[in-house]
Every structure is written in C-alpha cells, then in structure tokens.
Design a protein around this ligand. Structure first.
Ligand code: ARG
Length: 467
C-alpha cells in the first residue's frame, strides 16, 4: 500500500492541516473493501452511462470514462494496481486512478453521486453474486443428500430422542430431514435476494441530487429489479445485510447440528458412517486416530457467524439517519460470513458422495435398543387394550428383556404372553425392524416407500426454488 500526499485526497479542499497519520490508518477501509473493486467499477460504468443518457456527460466523455474504468479493472486483476491507504477506500482509490489515467474528464464521474450511495450499491451488487453462489452450493448439498437418501431408502437405523434409541427409522428418511431444513434455508436466501436486488444509487449523500438523473436507467444497466424509494433509507440501512447474515446463521445452525451427528456417527462407539479419508485428518501423537475435522470446524465456525449477526445488529441500532461512518464496519463481518458459509457449504457438498454408510452396524444398533417397543404397544391397542395399559405392559416386557439380555423380537411367544394374554403369534410381524418402519406408511413417515415418494417430490420443489 503506498501513500499519496494530502493534496491527493478528493475531499481536501476545506482542510488546512493534514490528516493525523494514525487517523488515516484508523479510518481507511481499503484494506478490506478493495474486494468490491469489480462491483465498484460496474456501478461507476452504469452511472457514467446514465449521466450521458440524460446529457450531463457527452458521449465522448462517457466512452473515455468507461474505457478508463475497464483498464483499471484489468490492472487490478493483473495485480498492477497500487492501493493507497491515504485514499481511504476502494471508491476513492479507483476514482483517483481514473483521473491519473484519463485526466480531468475522470473528475466528472462523481457528478450526482456520493460514496454513500456508491458503497450501498457496491455491497448489493457484491451480495447478489455471492448469494447466487450460496444458493447453488445449498442446492448441490441437497442433491448430495438426495443421492444418499435414494441409495439408503430402506436402510434401517435407530432413530433417537434424547440421544437414546427411540424407534427404528430409515437412513433415507433421516437424510430427508436435513433436506427439509436446507430447502427452507434455500427459500430464505431466495427471499432475501429480492430485498438486496434494489438500487440505492441516485440517493447521493442522503437527499438525492439536483441533476436530472434517470435512476431506472441505472437500475436496468445493473440488472436491479427496482430502485430504493427513499434516499435517506437507501444510503443508511443495512437491514438487507443483517437479513443475509441472519439467514446464514440459521443455515450454519443446521450444518452444525448435522456436523454433530456426523461426529457421533463416525466415532468408534456409534460406527454408523465413514466420512472418507480425504475429509478427515490424523493425530500427531495417536496413530490410530481419524478425526472428523471438517464437521468439527463447521460446528465451530457457527459461533463466529452468530457473532457477526450480533455485530451488525448492534452496529445499526443507535445510528441516526442517514449515513454514518459506523457503516464502514459492516464489511468485515459480512465478508467473513460469506467466505466461511461458502467454504462450509462447499465442503459439505463435496463430502456427501464420499460418505460410506455402515448398514450392518446401524441395523445392529436398532435391534439392541428395544426400538420396536412402541410397535408392541400399538399392537396391543389394536387388540383392544387401552394405550396407557399397553404402555405399562410393554414397559414390563422391556424390563424383562434388560434383565435377560433379550430384544423383544428375540422373546418366545410364551415369554411375551406372560405380560398379556392378547398376544398371539402375529406379534412377531410388528416386532421386526422392517415391519416397524414399513408400517409408518403415510406422508412424512419413515417407510421406505414414503422415502422414495418424498425424494420425487423434493426434486420438483427444488426445481421450483432454483428457477
Ligand atoms: N468506506 C465507506 C464505507 O465503507 C464509504 C462511504 C464513505 N462515505 C463517507 N461519507 N465518508 O462506508
């Protein structure tokens, strides 16, 4: 980063003393907002075209400015752009460079515009791109989960409540639970996008501008669906960013819960899945270890995303209208959120096809935990026993099973009949794991048949969300 002299500052006119050296460093944002260069240049090109369209710039001036901006973009991409802290931010760096390149015509670009509406526009353009990437990655993750659900539609595992074996479920059904959460995350991102996709430019510093600008022209140039209706609101609120980070927090909460399951399932104690060597790491001291670092880090990163949400909400809460420099603090939490959420989504989407499901272990675990106890109670109810009495009877049978180390399905008819005389040989059909899952055969139930039908419906819903 180089230093320009004090007189290079575009706002230096009313100042007599130079900026304190540390104030300059303290107030500069170029170190992090230079990542907005592409969007800043796109916004400036659209603005210059609009100014020419309404006659504020000549066509020749417009062309000179647009060519200059394009050349600067190439310089930046080639790493040949010297960013200056003294020029504060990405906006002033690019504008100053434009004037260096094309001379005084460059000074006309900022006509009818302020950095306040400029930065609000840049962030929205940037977020539009990033939100599209995020949506594509959520979609890819959902597709990975659907692949697993399809392959494992009939695979039986223990379903848990309180992390205690509750009732058998199919692994496909379990994967579809994650799919439902992610479909809502995707819908939230799509919805938030509509509020991001609005043009602030034209609000200028806060009150609008005296030039005969055509904001709808600029909006069309930049592909915005509409223009911000109020200039004070347009330059000052960052609710759209807060909304995205809020949606990202919910998404990360889901990924974190999913992580927790993958960590448990890949442990020697559960041994339900293998995450694939390329998604795990070893220990420098314990040679036997294969650690689920990716899910652990995803679970860990969830905390910082919640932190960013709190930062942005707090950043906004006490600001009077309109723009305040506080808003410069919106960028780092926002950028960090996007980088990390994209990273987590990418890893999860890549990891899904690598997951090996250990069907036998899951089946064994489901068999061991009296997971068909509710099925036995329901059987007794069908034979005329009241549910509360049935619950009591099965509780006693389970107690007997624990004492004698026998699952319900392993007991003889005589053994079962000690607890109720309505039990008949047909009881064994409901005590099997297969019978138990197949019986939950309604929309939203765990039966393999329902899982297969649900996958087909999800594919249609997903198409609608990605149109
Ligand atoms: N770097 C500033 C930001 O990120 C740009 C807008 C500055 N506007 C101003 N009046 N100082 O918010």
């Amino acid at each position: 980063m180089s230093d320009a002299s004090q007189t290079d500052k575009p706002w230096a006119g009313r100042f007599t003393a130079p900026t304190d050296a540390f104030v300059e460093v303290f107030t500069a944002s170029v170190g992090f907002d230079k990542r907005l260069y592409k969007h800043d240049i796109a916004g400036s090109i659209a603005h210059a075209r609009m100014l020419a369209h309404v006659g504020v710039l000549s066509e020749a001036e417009r062309d000179t400015i647009v060519d200059g901006l394009r050349a600067i973009e190439q310089d930046i991409e080639r790493g040949e752009f010297a960013w200056s802290t003294s020029l504060e931010d990405v906006h002033m760096n690019i504008e100053a460079r434009l004037t260096d390149r094309i001379g005084d015509i460059g000074k006309k670009l900022h006509t009818g515009r302020s950095r306040n509406d400029q930065v609000a526009t840049d962030i929205r353009l940037y977020l539009r791109d990033e939100m599209q990437v995020m949506q594509a990655e959520v979609t890819r993750l959902i597709e990975g989960l659907l692949g697993l659900a399809e392959e494992e539609a009939g695979t039986i595992m223990p379903g848990f409540t309180h992390l205690q074996t509750a009732q058998p479920v199919t692994f496909g059904h379990h994967m579809l639970a994650w799919v439902e959460m992610l479909l809502r995350d995707l819908a939230r991102l799509r919805d938030a996008y509509q509020r991001v996709n609005v043009l602030p430019l034209g609000a200028a510093a806060l009150a609008g501008t005296t030039y005969p600008i055509d904001r709808l022209f600029t909006a069309r140039e930049l592909g915005f669906a509409g223009v911000a209706e109020n200039s004070l609101d347009a330059v000052s609120d960052r609710d759209f960013a807060i909304e995205l980070v809020s949606d990202a927090s919910v998404l990360m909460m889901h990924l974190s819960r999913f992580s927790e399951e993958l960590i448990l399932w890949s442990s020697a104690q559960f041994d339900f899945v293998d995450l694939g060597d390329s998604f795990c790491t070893g220990s420098s001291i314990m040679p036997q270890k294969k650690n689920p670092d990716v899910p652990e880090l995803v679970r860990g990163k969830t905390g910082r995303i919640y932190g960013h949400l709190m930062s942005l909400l707090t950043l906004m809460k006490a600001q009077p209208l309109a723009y305040n420099k506080d808003n410069q603090e919106d960028k780092e939490p926002l950028f960090d959120t996007i980088d990390n959420v994209k990273g987590c989504l990418k890893l999860y989407a890549d990891m899904m096809p690598q997951i090996q499901v250990k069907r036998d272990n899951m089946y064994e675990a489901a068999r061991r935990g009296f997971s068909t106890a509710t099925d036995l109670a329901d059987y007794l109810v069908r034979k005329g026993v009241a549910f509360r009495d049935a619950h009591e009877i099965v509780g006693k049978a389970v107690r007997y099973g624990v004492d004698n180390d026998k699952d319900l399905s392993e007991m003889s008819l005589d053994e079962l009949q000690q607890f109720s005389n309505v039990i008949e040989p047909d009881v064994f059909e409901v005590l099997t794991l297969e019978g138990s899952v197949a019986a939950r055969n309604h929309i939203g139930g765990t039966a393999p048949e329902q899982v297969r039908a649900a996958i087909i419906r999800v594919r249609t819903r997903l198409e609608q969300l990605t149109l």
